[in-house]
Design a protein around this ligand. Structure first.
Ligand code: ADP
Ligand code: ZN
Length: 630
């Protein structure tokens, strides 16, 4: 155990453990079964990779995805760790080579897909090599309750039976209790140590906004966000294939290099697009949720949802692909009430027998969008954890982009305000302050006047004073509440209605899209309660902490070099150095091998391999910077 910190430094260049990594590694040393639940980016892989270097034995890693396997093996080799994998994508020669190395005891880690465990030949081979421990990656795949159940994971307890004395360690990012219990039971874990990390991802900035109306407005929101991340990796999620195609081509038209990804594309095209994204030949990928499984790219700086996902679990998964490297990243969610209906239709159409539960999750997701609670808190509490900080400092709510505040606006006198603001006013002088309470009252009164549970969008039209045919035909243009919010954007009115639903002043019934006033709503009409309504405004989010000044220039040079070296070696750029390491290099500007080794993420192996590529660039950069200041 004492040797681990030195191994971390030597092979990975890390100066210490991330939370719970040390405890997780101790389970390997003490030969105790374990279940480790850490969020994406929590550093699960190191928990089994580092202990594999302690003894002579073999660590067997079961992993569901071939692409992930290859990534991990490449990453380990780039650090100087002897690792390999066996899977169906290899040809016979390749497999023979790996088997030979395995038999000769040359490998520390072997990655396999679960179906391999079903062959007795493989199990015999393992017996000869006496494994010291089994690591089950993405262990939630074993559970029906998880979000990507895989039948061949059910077969996993053959390991337990074939090797009763060898400890089993399971790793997942899925936090629900059901999944956890299922893993323990299915894998037949014995008195496992349960380690559950915090689900908060403090480096992610969450932002949620209603989608602008019209194709142009919607596109503008996405364009504005992406333009803050020029040249950096970003993912944009859409619900339908058509939206993916449209958006990708619009983005290209606006000068972005964006590639589409969805299940309807040719296998080969899809794979090429994914590779171009991972290898940083294309910074932006526009995708359906089909994209992401098996993508471990650590330096995704922004994940945009162009529409609402279908559950908070899915949102957490998809948005969680941002900032795995622990550096700042942004998650933007643009939604509209329509998304709810679209998903509802899709869910109804799907065969799933769990439609009731799925609709419930959809409702929770919508609630999250409309909510005025801290996003970090909402997500953490959703996964049954406590959020201890009063404010997160990294979401639209805490950042004051949605904070409830009085809305100052000039508008005409009308029925509701006459009741609540009785002072006489001179004509032409702007009304001083309209509070959320007044707006809430107006909306509720309008719902009551229209009668019969109108839909949110219809109510908004009446409030806005729209002379849509439907409104006129039903005579709602003669209501006293018609046009009572005519100076507000319809998008805002829709948002406020959503907020009133979220705060239980209005209710929405499962069976219809209509809204009705609740008892709490009636107390608001009587002036006894006040909702928290927000004035959405186009707002700027922090720009991600980019390296500034001359360092930015050096960072770019180093990034280019990284791409070049990666290309030559045929590995992913981030396997050479992560963004954090590049940034550290651009900050410290080491010129000697000793100081190069001090940089986070550079171990002995990488120093030997890459110092000659990167040091000259830093030296040259320092020299020219020096000349400039002279
Ligand atoms: P997970 O599998 O839990 O999503 P990873 O194993 O991919 O997480 O690790 C996430 C990131 O954290 C990677 O970029 C990895 O290099 C980095 N990392 C892991 N352990 C450490 C550590 N002890 N110190 C610094 N960085 C670490
Ligand atoms: Zn917050």
């Amino acid at each position: 155990m004492d040797r681990l910190p030195a191994l971390l430094k030597r092979f990975w260049g890390y100066d210490g453990f991330l939370p719970l990594q040390e405890d997780a590694m101790r389970c390997w040393v003490q030969k105790q079964d374990s279940l480790v639940v850490l969020p994406t980016g929590g550093g699960k892989s190191l928990c089994y990779q580092a202990p594999s270097l302690l003894g002579e034995g073999l660590t067997l890693v079961v992993s569901p995805l071939i692409s992930l396997m290859k990534d991990q093996v490449d990453g380990l080799r780039a650090c100087g760790v002897a690792a390999d994998c066996l899977n169906s994508s290899q040809d016979q020669m390749e497999r023979n080579r790996v088997e030979r190395e395995l038999a000769q005891g040359l490998l520390r880690l072997l990655y396999v897909a679960p179906e391999r465990l079903a062959t007795s030949r493989f199990l015999d081979m393992l017996r000869h090599r006496s494994p010291t421990g089994f690591a089950i990656d993405e262990a939630h795949c074993i559970s029906h309750w998880g979000h990507d159940f895989r039948p061949d994971y059910r077969n996993m307890n053959v390991l337990r039976h074939a090797f009763p004395g060898v400890p089993v360690h399971a790793y997942t990012a899925t936090a629900t209790r059901q999944v956890r219990e299922d893993i323990v039971q299915q894998l037949d874990l014995r008195g496992p140590k349960l380690l559950v990390g915090s689900f908060d991802r403090p480096n992610l900035f969450y932002r949620v906004a209603r989608r602008e109306y019209g194709k142009h407005g919607r596109f503008e929101q996405i364009r504005e966000t992406l333009s803050r991340y020029r040249g950096e990796s970003c993912i944009v999620y859409c619900i339908s294939r058509r939206d993916v195609e449209d958006l990708a081509s619009d983005l290209c038209g606006a000068g972005f290099h964006a590639l589409p990804y969805h299940a309807g594309l040719d296998d080969e095209v899809r794979k090429r697009h994914q590779d171009d994204f991972i290898n940083e030949r294309a910074p932006i990928i526009v995708a359906t949720v089909a994209f992401g499984m098996g993508i471990d790219k650590p330096n995704v700086r922004c994940v945009i949802h162009a529409a609402m996902p279908k559950s908070i679990e899915h949102y957490q998964q998809e948005a969680g692909r941002a900032g795995r490297d622990g550096l700042d990243a942004e998650c933007c969610l643009f939604y509209g009430g329509n998304d709810y209906q679209v998903w509802k239709r899709l869910l109804r159409r799907s065969e799933s027998d769990a439609t009731g539960a799925a609709l419930h999750k959809l409702g929770e997701m919508y609630g999250y969008c409309e909510s005025n609670n801290c996003r970090h808190r909402s997500l953490v509490e959703y996964f049954d954890q406590e959020f201890k900080r009063p404010k997160c400092g990294a979401c639209d709510v805490c950042g004051g982009m949605r904070t409830p505040r009085p809305i100052i606006r000039a508008s005409r006198v009308e029925a509701v305000r006459r009741e609540s603001v009785p002072e006489p006013r001179e004509p032409g002088i702007p009304v001083e302050v309209e509070t959320g309470r007044e707006i809430g009252q107006k909306i509720l009164c309008c719902v009551v006047r229209i009668g019969g549970r109108p839909s949110a969008s219809y109510t908004a039209s009446v409030l806005k004073g729209s002379v849509r045919r439907a409104v006129v035909e039903r005579g709602h243009d003669t209501l006293s509440t018609f046009g009572i919010l005519e100076n507000e954007k319809i998008r805002w009115i829709r948002q406020w209605i959503g907020e009133l639903v979220e705060q239980a002043f209005l209710e929405r019934r499962e069976s219809s899209s209509g809204v009705g006033v609740t008892p709490r709503g009636w107390s608001l009409v009587r002036g006894k309660e006040t909702p928290l309504l927000t004035a959405p405004e186009p707002s700027r989010v922090r720009t991600g902490d980019q390296v500034s000044g001359p360092d930015a220039e050096l960072f770019e040079k180093l990034r280019k070099k990284r791409l070049e070296v990666a290309h030559i070696r045929g590995i992913r750029p981030y396997m050479i150095f992560g963004d954090r390491t590049l940034r550290d290099l651009a900050l410290r500007k080491p010129v000697s091998e000793e100081s190069f080794l001090e940089v986070n993420g550079i171990g002995e192996w990488k120093c030997q391999e890459f110092a000659d590529h990167f040091l000259p660039i830093i030296r040259r950069h320092r020299k020219t910077a020096h000349q400039k200041t002279d």
